[in-house]
Design a protein around this ligand. Structure first.
Ligand code: N7H
Length: 444
């Protein structure tokens, strides 16, 4: 079994709190920082065991991760053998199809961010008090480069991202650790944890049970997205009102209704009971019952381009999922920014930034996030010649994106999206080490 006392708690199951604070820092005095890492940070690092057991959870949970330049600043010899990590996220901006780094948060442009501290809690005041003690302990050892305050949305929207869709439904189950719900991918631990079975790269011993943490600040243009839906309702499905046609368009772009119900199982109407049932809401493969391969011509129930189909094609790859691909990530993102205001909604224009603080864990960035973004979401010829871009997160370097299959009655019709509704503000690649590696290799 896995050593859950040694694996940082955000990696496999997520700290899953309503408030989360991301503190990005540069190390200014490495020798002193290493001491403080042992004396002041290590005792606060929350393990997977602690996250799993509510009676052991501290009021504020803490995880820490380092970029390549951070590990270098700490004089960690040798690399982790992940080329994307070594180069840093900025070096990937063009291959990820961001329109350069012009939309990036300036602090992410470059390689000067050495690490990130994640603080998660039920309340902002818990986070503030942990932050205050960290700041005084770390004074003179780090410079705070950037921070992002994130929070679950209020009321009935809790658990839904800013476009309104329920998030956090489908993450892979790690063999030997989690029991899979129907439809959940079951993957070897080495797809997420470095040095475990399934990670086929040679790693330094101290890296075992760490995981690469991808961070991306993804701005969402919510009033603009809503305007696009209301201007382009699907009209070919009999019996739908204009509003229902707009909702159907949004659901087909995502592959799920706002409730979480998959369009593959409920193709024309939302089904909130289905959406809320963890034993049914992920139980589909895109193939007909009893088949292991999906129909390569049929998009009536779900477009090939739908966000969740692009990022996890299930039976579209034609083999049992575990045999056919090693491209899974564990997602742990949380919304940031305020609710849409009346003025934004009536002008169909975003005035204050909001979006998703996107966090994804994997043992290999080139097979995980960067593969999904580049070769699936941004690739208009995946899975079939005329699939088009992932309408949610696919990028075309800032140019318009064509998507096929959004109209269930006319799958060859191209819809050209007038803009990117999700705008990358950049981020960084980090490594979230095991707790024993923090104790023995990274600190002093
Ligand atoms: Fe996505 N969304 O709310 O619009 N995502 N995502 N994502 N995403 C998913 O199944 C969203 C992004 C994946 O197992 C759901 O848990 C938004 C990136 C994967 O069937 C919703 C943003 C990448 C899955 C969203 C965003 C992914 C997934 C359905 C950015 C990788 C699981 C809920 C602002 C490159 C697929 C669920 C599966 C699901 C949304 C980004 C990947 C609602 C708003 C950048 C693998």
């Amino acid at each position: 079994g896995l050593n859950l006392d040694d694996i940082q708690g955000d990696i496999l199951i997520g700290m899953k709190k309503n408030k989360e604070f991301f503190l990005f820092f540069s190390i200014t005095d490495a020798a002193k920082f290493k001491q403080k890492l042992k004396s002041s940070i290590l005792p606060l690092v929350t393990s997977t065991t602690q996250v799993l057991n509510t009676s052991k959870q501290p009021k504020t949970m803490l995880n820490i991760a380092f970029s390549q330049t951070g590990l270098s600043a700490l004089n960690v010899a040798g690399g982790l053998n992940d080329p994307d990590f070594s180069a840093g996220q900025l070096a990937n901006a063009v291959s990820l199809c961001d329109p350069g780094s012009s939309n990036w948060v300036p602090q992410f442009v470059g390689t000067s961010i050495h690490g990130v501290i994640l603080l998660a809690s039920d309340t902002t005041s818990n986070i503030q008090s942990t932050l205050a003690s960290l700041r005084s302990a770390l004074a003179g050892t780090i410079k705070e480069a950037y921070s992002l305050d994130a929070a679950a949305r209020p009321g009935a929207n809790q658990g839904h991202e800013h476009f309104g869709f329920l998030d956090g439904i489908s993450n892979p189950a790690v063999q030997g650790f989690q029991t899979a719900l129907p439809g959940q991918a079951v993957i070897p631990p080495g797809e997420i944890l470095v040095g475990e079975n399934g990670d086929d790269v040679q790693r330094p011993t101290g890296a075992k049970d760490g995981s690469f943490l991808l961070f991306r600040q993804l701005k969402q243009l919510v009033p603009e997205f809503n305007k696009f839906l209301s201007d382009n309702p699907i009209t070919t499905v009999p019996g739908l009102t204009r509003q229902q046609g707009s909702d159907l368009l949004g659901a087909r772009m995502m592959g799920r209704w706002k409730s979480g119900a998959p369009v593959f199982l409920s193709p024309t109407h939302d089904d909130p009971q289905l959406g809320a049932d963890p034993h049914r809401n992920n139980d589909f493969t895109y193939a007909a019952p009893g088949q292991t391969v999906s129909d390569s011509t049929d998009q009536t129930k779900c477009p090939f381009a739908a966000h969740i189909r692009k990022t996890r094609p299930r039976a579209d790859l034609g083999l049992p999922e575990t045999a056919s691909n090693s491209h899974h990530i564990v997602r742990g993102g949380i919304p940031y920014g305020p609710e849409v205001s009346q003025a934004e909604s009536s002008s169909h224009t975003t005035k204050t930034e909001r979006g998703l603080a996107f966090v994804a864990y994997q043992a290999n960035i080139g097979k995980g996030f960067s593969f999904l973004q580049q070769f699936w979401s941004d690739n208009s010829a995946f899975l079939h010649q005329k699939t088009g871009f992932d309408p949610i997160v696919g990028e075309n370097g800032g140019s318009p994106r064509a998507v096929f299959g959004l109209d269930p009655k006319n799958s060859t019709k191209a819809t050209t999206l007038p803009m990117d509704f999700v705008v990358s503000r950049g981020g960084e690649y980090f490594f979230s080490p095991s707790i024993s590696a923090i104790r023995s290799t990274l600190s002093a």
